[in-house]
Design a protein around this ligand. Sequence first.
Ligand SMILES: N[C@@H](CCC(=O)N[C@@H](CS)C(=O)NCC(=O)O)C(=O)O
Length: 225
Amino acid sequence: MKLYFHPVSTVSRPIMLLAADENIALDMQLVDLFKGEHKQPAYLAVNPNAQIPVLEDGDFRLSESSAILKYLAEKNGSPAYPANIKQRARVNEMMDWFNTGLYRDLGYGLVYAQAFPDAIYPDAAVQSATLARAQKKANHWLGILDKNLLGAKNKFICGDHLSLADYLGVCILTAGEVTHLKYDAYPNVTRWISTMKARPTWAKVNEGFYQYFVGGYKDGKFLGL
Ligand SMILES: N[C@@H](CCC(=O)N[C@@H](CS)C(=O)NCC(=O)O)C(=O)O
C-alpha cells in the first residue's frame, strides 16, 4: 500500500502513528506541499482536492484521513478500532467530534488562520474578530474534552483503550504547538496529550512536524487560548 503524505501534515500524522504502532507496511510517497507539488497535474490526477493524505491499495484509492484510518484498521484487525458495534460507533463518534467542531475552530480558526499567510485576512479588524470567535469556540470544545470526554478517569478518549480517535485527536491538538497554544487550563487534556506523546513511536513519526512546522514558527507572536 502506498501513502501520499507530508510529515508536517496534521491529518497524515495519525495514519503514520497507527502504521508505526501496528507495523503496517506503507510505501511512503512524500508530496512536497512546500513546493506546491499537490497542485501539479500529476498529483491532481491522484486527488483533485489537491490534498494529502491519500492511500492506494492496489487499484483502490482513498482520500480523507478518517476514512483511511478506518480502512487500515479494519484491514489490519486493529485493536484501536473495536469490532463491537457500539464500541466502534463510539470511536466513530469521537473521530467526527474532533474532525468537525474542534478541528474547525481550533485548527483552522485559530492556528492555521494565524500561521498560513493565505488564511490571514488583510483587514486587521476582520482578522481579530474572526480569531476572537474561533478562540471562544475552541475553548468551548476544549472544556468539553477536558471535563466530559476525558474527565479525570479516562486514560484515552474512549476509556481505557487506545483508539483511532486518540491518534486523530492528538494530532489536531498538537497542531496548536505551531502557534504556541498552551493547554494548561485543561489538566485532563494535558495529561492525555502527555500519555500519547510518551508512546514509543511518537518522536520518530513527529520528527518532521517539529522540525519543519513547529520549528519554523518558534519566534512568532500569536493569539493563544
Ligand atoms: N479532510 C481532509 C483534509 C486534508 C488536508 O487538509 N490536508 C492538508 C494537509 S494537513 C493539505 O493537503 N493541504 C494542502 C492544501 O490544502 O493546499 C482529511 O482529513 O484528509
